[in-house]
Design a protein around this ligand. Structure first.
Ligand code: NAP
Length: 492
């Protein structure tokens, strides 16, 4: 017998920073009948799951955190992963959200019923939750991407992904391979290299790397932040404005200002030169695509690691993984004890099935008709359902500003519907088309559309040739647009 579904006014999917933020905002509006569903056993999302050696943010901590929830205790300018995880746990405790969280609940589907104007959210174990509204905070980096390399299951040694690090296993003294050279690999490679007997790094596309100006936050400054939270807000605003300006000139208006990314590429090339003496090695590490086409990162130790005697950079393509190691297309096979997959995520992949009016499947609709949304939050045909964020929803460099803007809008729309006695709220098709048209027009000016991105294999561009993740606006522009976004919904 199917157990009776748990009923709530709002179901929040995910208890990462987005879900926690949504819970706080709902409670602040007096909406207490909500539940957060998370497949993990703790809050924190990507920062709970990514515990690989060297994991830390590459956005300054004052900016990579909620502006309305300042944390005076960051130990360094860029927070280590463990502190971000602790910050999430602290938020859950401070706002007493834990009783509302159903851990170990892996959502497999959410289906809308027009007759009742309600959603049924189903977990893997069959548990069901029925609600008027759903806020999906499933995260952009939640589904590890399994690389399409033949023989992945043939390897007889230890294989692990950066997102599922096995801390009971030691790489010390082992022959290790890292596949991938993205932002995660950049952190794990220098951290584990000294311990390994030998480390072979398989690079398909080099990454642009800038120096990381990191420093310990002095105790006196932590004290100032604690006693005068306004001081941290001022620092946040300065960092936030600087990154917004950088993003605007380098990414959003690249077509008009291409010299900016060219100048940054020259600086990054000079940095590489200062780090690596061997010209042949330097050439292998130099990207052949423009700066900004793929996500760049920062590290003071990544490049120099390749000059270690026990590290090899392999740029010949991988043919397959064998029982003993990795064979490249030139027939060379390297015997290994450990393979680390630093091959990233299915960016913006939906981790569960979302069926709207008439059972229309959201992922198929996006696949066939291109990614689209209203204000990066709602989709016509999916009433009472909000994404934090959806396509064209990520604003600037701060994930926290993005999720804050999205969940604030979702909660405002729910509160307004409740106040008006409305039980169905759906993004208007014409308003959505207008928003998407505006975003696609703006995307034409971004760095992603520059010819320098042609051979970059960037995940910012999808199979339709769209760059649908970033909302090419500043936070100020997006917040201003959100003030009048309520009129783009049909209510009943
Ligand atoms: P990623 O940036 O997508 O990098 C994946 C790497 O794996 C790329 O080098 C890719 O090569 C390579 N790869 C994928 N499939 C492959 C295959 N079949 N054969 C060979 N190589 C393959 O993933 P990530 O490093 O995990 O980072 C993901 C995102 O997480 C970042 O973009 C960033 O947004 C975020 N991140 C943030 C931080 C932070 O500090 N805030 C830290 C880590 C990660 P190609 O480039 O050729 O595809």
């Amino acid at each position: 017998m199917t157990p009776t579904p748990e009923r709530h006014h709002v179901v929040i999917i995910g208890a990462g920073f987005g879900g926690l933020g949504a819970g706080i905002k709902l409670a602040a509006k007096g909406i207490d009948d909500f539940v957060l569903l998370d497949r993990g056993d703790e809050v924190g999302g990507t920062w709970r799951e990514n515990t690989y050696p060297g994991v830390e943010a590459d956005i300054p901590a004052v900016h990579y955190s909620y502006g309305h929830l300042p944390n005076a205790k960051w130990s360094s300018a860029f927070a280590p992963g463990s502190e971000l995880f602790a910050y999430a746990r602290d938020i859950a405790d401070r706002f007493e959200l834990r009783p509302k969280i159903r851990f170990g609940t892996e959502v497999v589907s959410a289906a809308y019923d027009e007759a009742t104007r309600e959603w049924t959210v189903t977990a893997e174990d069959g548990t069901q939750f029925v609600s008027r509204f759903v806020i999906s905070c499933h995260g952009a980096l939640s589904i590890p991407s399994r690389p399409d390399i033949p023989g992945l299951d043939d390897f007889e040694g230890k294989m692990m992904a950066t997102q599922r690090w096995d801390h009971s296993y030691s790489v010390a003294g082992k022959r290790v391979a890292v596949i991938g050279t993205g932002a995660s690999a950049l952190q794990v490679i220098p951290t584990i290299a000294p311990e390994t007997a030998h480390l072979t790094v398989y690079q398909r596309t080099p990454i642009w790397v800038m120096p990381k100006v990191n420093f310990a936050v002095p105790g006196a400054l932590q004290k100032v932040f604690e006693t005068l939270p306004l001081s941290q807000k001022i620092v946040r605003n300065i960092v936030s404005s600087t990154t917004a300006a950088a993003e605007t000139v380098a990414v959003t208006h690249n077509k008009r200002l291409p010299f900016v990314t060219k100048g940054v590429a020259q600086l990054a090339t000079a940095f590489l030169k200062s780090q690596v003496k061997d010209p042949a090695l330097r050439e292998k590490l130099t990207p052949t695509y423009g700066f900004g086409c793929k996500r760049p990162s920062m590290s003071n130790t990544y490049f120099s690691t390749f000059e270690r005697d026990n590290v090899t950079l392999e740029t010949t393509g991988i043919e397959r993984i064998t029982s003993k190691g990795i064979r490249t297309v030139d027939g060379n096979e390297v015997e290994l004890d450990t393979i680390i997959l630093a091959t990233g995520f299915k960016i913006f992949g939906l981790s569960y099935r979302i069926a709207g009016v008439d059972g229309v499947d959201l992922e198929s609709q996006w696949d066939e008709q291109r990614l689209a949304s209203y204000e990066g939050v709602a989709v016509p045909g999916f009433p009472n359902f909000f994404l934090a964020p959806g396509p064209y929803g990520v604003i600037g460099f701060s994930w926290f500003d993005t999720i804050d803007i999205c969940v604030s809008h979702a909660v405002d729309m729910i509160a307004q519907a409740d106040a008006d006695g409305v039980t169905r709220i759906e993004a208007d098709s014409a308003a959505t088309a207008k928003f998407v048209k505006k975003m696609r027009k703006r995307v034409e000016n971004t760095v992603f559309m520059s010819p320098s991105c042609n051979n970059s294999n960037t995940y910012y561009l999808n199979k339709h040739g769209d760059a649908p993740y970033l909302r090419p606006e500043t936070i100020v522009e997006a917040k201003f647009a959100m003030r009048s976004a309520a009129k783009g919904y049909v209510r009943a």
